[in-house]
Write a protein that binds this ligand. Structure first.
Ligand SMILES: [Zn+2]
Length: 260
């Protein structure tokens, strides 16, 4: 089995001491290509650094809505420089997050629009985040969708109606271990089968979102790319297909999306 984790926050400090072992464990589970999420002014150059240091790793470059207040002219220039690197395969993580509202909404919208412009200018795919902000997200994205390259709504946790809104404007969908969460992810089990195989990708969002039903449960509770194999199995079950089918399809879709 060969899997691609399209969203791993390996620049997170919890990976600093054992990144080599983390990647080795991932490879042992078939997870041999990863896209490291760049989510801040500090983290995006680090994601590129990691991608340059380890074979099979790629990066995105962006500023997450949580960090939108750091989006200024200098940040914009930095991101434009980063996205020119061949290892950087998408613009983002960007989007809107009204769930935690860590940055003012108007500031989030500004940073989102600026990064959409970068994607329009460089022609690379977009890696998007949306939580509790579907309507504003759609009204910013939809008018420019046709001029953009591929777009993924990563860590999709929304409703069936939201899912179809994204599929209607030809977005890809990233599914994480959220689907394993018996408290808040069960609705995803019913709708994941509606995602066409050529629009579905899987991701861990490590170190966040450790699937709540992995066995044995690691004592540190840190999510790692190796658990993508578990997420793939869960998604396959919900789609009523063999794990090998889901694995092959999500990998092919990720390869086409990121050009890897
Ligand atoms: Zn996210």
């Amino acid at each position: 089995m060969h899997l691609i984790d399209i969203g791993a926050n390996l620049t997170h400090s919890s990976f600093q001491h054992d990144i080599g072992q983390v990647l080795q464990r991932a490879r042992a589970q078939g997870v041999d290509q990863l896209v490291i999420t760049g989510a801040s002014r500090e983290g995006s150059p680090q994601a590129l650094e990691l991608a340059r240091r380890h074979p099979g790793l790629y990066a995105t470059a962006g500023v997450h809505p949580h960090h939108a207040t750091e989006y200024d002219g200098e940040t914009d220039a930095l991101l434009r420089e980063l996205v020119a690197a061949p290892e950087v395969r998408a613009v983002g993580e960007t989007g809107l997050d009204y769930h935690r509202d860590l940055s003012p909404r108007a500031t989030q919208q500004f940073a989102f629009e600026q990064q959409l412009q970068i994607a329009l200018d460089c022609g690379k795919p977009l890696f998007l985040h949306q939580r509790d902000a579907h309507d504003d997200f759609m009204s910013i994205l939809k008018p420019v969708r046709d001029k953009l390259a591929a777009v993924v709504v990563h860590c999709f946790t929304g409703t069936r109606a939201e899912l179809f809104d994204y599929l209607d404007i030809d977005c890809h969908i990233g599914i994480t271990g959220w689907i394993c969460d018996e408290r808040r992810g069960t609705h995803l089990r019913e709708i994941v089968g509606n995602i066409p195989a050529n629009r579905l990708m899987i991701e861990t969002d490590s170190p966040y979102l450790l699937p709540r039903n992995v066995k044995p449960m690691p004592s540190h509770r840190r999510n790692e790319p190796m658990y993508l194999a578990h997420i793939c199995e869960e998604v396959a079950r919900d789609r009523r297909e063999d794990t090998a089918v889901t694995a092959a399809a999500t990998t092919a879709t990720a390869k086409a999306f990121f050009g890897i």
